[in-house]
Design a protein around this ligand. Structure first.
Ligand code: F6P
Length: 342
């Protein structure tokens, strides 16, 4: 019987538990596989810290946010027990034959390296940012967009009451998918994304024209957005576990500038981790469950070095390195909405 270790790595994402449940249900029922869960991402694999996962342990998990396994930004090559050779020894000691890694671009890159060094590993893509290539959507994105859209709806009513300009900041380090989708759904008057710098003058022109029509301007900005003179995204909070700048706060940076240049009282809201918490939407539960089920087929067929992905409405298989390529908002998608800003 094949024994599989599952781990969830990187920032959490609504739907991770649904993947775990989908994998354990199909794996045990259809393929006769057995499962353990490594705790706190790669740390659990590197240190051999695992818990048994069976049918009763995954009961009711489809609707539960977060990850029952915990996650971290710990890398598989970190620490005295890291690296493919040590990991293989740990897997042998635990009697684990294969690894399912659920994670984003960093996890895909690390998985590819481990696969190249002999680890039997497959993966499931994850990120609320929806910025992984070769998969049409990642689970968690739909949930984040719903939460951000609700925030826009709420900010618009209070903004209207006070005739204020409201600026909402959403996540999106490299790509502005959440800003674009939530901003479109919520009827924002300007959407600012990392892929397309906009000048302060242009933003203020949109804001002023909205106010001149008697409306309260609503601006949605992704955390990774830059004004043309900014070389890096706005960051004042040091580095994260992967040595990347911790983003967050660009809305608070922009709001006083907009107020100063337009004379319109402007308030900022940073949505932050609210976007990653709570129950997944039905769409994300379905996608996550299907991906979890499908990844057990990869193990059954010993199709190592691949991840499952969504192509149209079908679950497909892609190489780890294909997924590690970022998926940016194409210029034509941005221009499609930009013509109605202001
Ligand atoms: O990678 C997904 C993401 O949501 C980014 O948009 C954001 O910069 C990052 O996670 C923040 O994660 P954390 O605060 O957990 O380090």
């Amino acid at each position: 019987m094949t024994r599989i270790g599952i781990l969830t790595s990187g920032g959490d994402c609504p739907g991770l538990n649904a993947v775990i449940r989908g994998a354990v249900l199909k794996g045990t029922e259809v393929h006769g596989q057995e499962f353990v869960g490594f705790l706190d991402g790669w740390r659990g694999l590197v240190e051999g810290d695992a818990i048994p996962l069976n049918r009763s342990r995954v009961r009711g998990l489809a609707q539960q946010g977060g990850t029952i396994l915990g996650t971290s930004r710990f890398g598989p090559y970190q620490g005295p027990n890291g690296g493919a050779q040590n990991i293989q020894k740990t897997l042998d000691r635990l009697g684990v034959d294969a690894v399912i890694a659920i994670g984003g671009e960093g996890t895909a890159a690390a998985s590819k390296r481990l696969f190249g060094e002999g680890i039997r590993i497959v993966g499931v893509p994850k990120t609320i940012d929806n910025d992984l290539s070769h998969t049409d959507y990642t689970f968690g994105f739909d949930t984040a967009v719903e939460i951000a859209t609700e925030a826009i709806d709420r900010l618009r009513t209070t903004g209207n009451s006070h005739k204020r300009c409201m600026v909402l900041e959403v996540m999106g380090r490299h790509a502005g998918w959440i800003a674009l989708h939530a901003g479109t759904a919520g009827g924002a008057h300007a959407i600012l994304i990392p892929e397309h710098p906009e000048s302060l003058e242009q933003i203020c022109e949109w804001v002023t024209s909205v106010r001149d029509r008697g409306r309260s301007p609503m601006v949605v900005v992704a955390e990774g957005f830059r004004l043309p003179h900014m070389e890096e995204a706005y960051s004042t909070k040091g580095l994260d576990g992967f040595d990347r700048p911790r983003l967050g706060g660009v809305a608070e940076f922009l709001a006083p500038l907009i107020e100063k240049h337009t004379g319109i009282e402007t308030r900022a809201t940073v949505l932050g981790h609210i976007q990653r918490g709570g129950v997944p939407t039905a769409f994300d539960r379905v996608l996550a469950t299907r991906l979890g089920m499908a990844v057990t087929d990869l193990v059954a067929e010993e199709d190592w070095g691949h991840m499952v992905a969504l192509h149209g409405t079908d679950i497909a298989r892609v190489d780890f390195d294909e997924l590690a390529e970022p998926k940016y908002v194409p210029e034509r998608r941005y221009q499609e909405m930009r013509i109605i800003f202001g």
